[in-house]
Design a protein around this ligand. Sequence first.
Ligand code: 5AD
Ligand code: SF4
Length: 473
Amino acid sequence: MPLNFYIETVGCQMNVLDSELAAASLMEAGYQPVSAKRYADVILFNTCSVRQHAEDKVYSELGRLKHWKDQKPDAIIAVMGCMAQKDKETIFRRAPHVDIVLGPGQLRQLPEIVKSVEKKREKRLEISLDRIDGKQSDVRESFQQFNPQRNLRVGSNPYQAMVRIMFGCDKFCSYCIVPSVRGPEQSRPPREIEAEIRQLADQGRLEVTLIGQTVNSYRYSEGGKTWRLQDLFAMIQEIDGIRRIRFVTNYPTGMTDELLQAVRDIPKVTPFLHIPVQSGSNSVLRRMKRRYTAEEYRDLLDRIYATIPDAAVTSDFIVGFCGETDEEFQQTVDLVKYGRFKNSFIFKYSVRPGTKAAELFQDDVPDSVKRKRNNELLAVQNAISMELNREFIGKTVEILVEGISKTAAKSCDLLQIDPPPSQLSVQLTGHTPCDRIVVFDAASEQHRQLIGRILPATITHAAPFTLFGKLIE
Ligand code: 5AD
Ligand code: SF4
């Protein structure tokens, strides 16, 4: 009997992709995916360490599984991802019923390790070297690349795919744990990226999202040529079948004019730019060890809107960073107003042991103040998002139709079956090149033909995070 597995994923898109690839490699080895933990023989947690809260949730979930494992002693529990790399054997101490701890640079070994635990019933800990634990080249090698065959059956949507173009991060922002748990920055060879995208195009994917911690630092030298992100765009432009190219995440100083012009000039590249700024205050940016000033970021915004007038820019912010005063926070509010971001992700600062900020500064902004600033900034941002979305009313946009809208799917339980004949229309969802979600009605008998196509629609209504439209016949 093949074993069933279930992967629970938290964290960023890097983790979402890792889980997809881990699932594909387990299926290749004969394991079967199941839709809920209770049906699984192997439960895998793909974890995140960016904030304390994400770790606490995994530890409490692991605690709850103790009883389950007592009842099912042959079951296997694995902790993968950033928390595995950061906490190492501490995970076995805090949750002795865990069998496998596997860092993000060791996922290639997953099927073999699950198999060996199944047979030998011995715990396994496999992690990469800490960044100070060896020669740079040894550390780099210890973060193994993991690019198994893609499987159309896994992943949230058969028309889109994420493609990793680089691993790790070398920026060392003072608050951030990523450079220590994801290892040194390493760009993937362009030929490998091309081969993977050709394969995805053959599977019918229309949109690829190039992912990495700072994709605009992409750099790969071979045969006397150095490839940058814009060179990858030009290469993917030539791949038949792929209609849209997206890319996340960008570091502000890497947004060169050449890159912006490439976004403008290469037709398949979407005008969607995620460029986290984190704070609008120069003193805070300095403490965060970000390598630009608020003025430089404003200049960047000016350059973006001058080059790509329909650009949709999004950002991340951390509120309540060590020593953040009301004035410093106010500068962030001002920047949000100036930026006209499509949306922003706002986080309360969370101390990460082992980072420079944890060593140098006090986490002295009370949680109540962090919460208040978070809500205030979100309110300012939401008003802007609403305003920008309202500007779409009456306009025509191209939407990649993904499927039945989640709320509609849930209420009708329609994910796998056609809508009942009594229902005349069904609500579909898709997104625009600037990454706005559009919801629209389609006749129930024809909705299946629309899914997986790029179609024009007129926008009729707007909400802060959703546009509502009508397909153009
Ligand atoms: N506390 C809060 N937010 C953080 N981020 C990274 N590290 C921390 C931290 N210690 C946020 C940043 C980053 C996003 C992915 O997570 O805004 O851009
Ligand atoms: Fe973390 Fe900064 Fe690297 Fe982003 S650029 S992953 S915030 S260290």
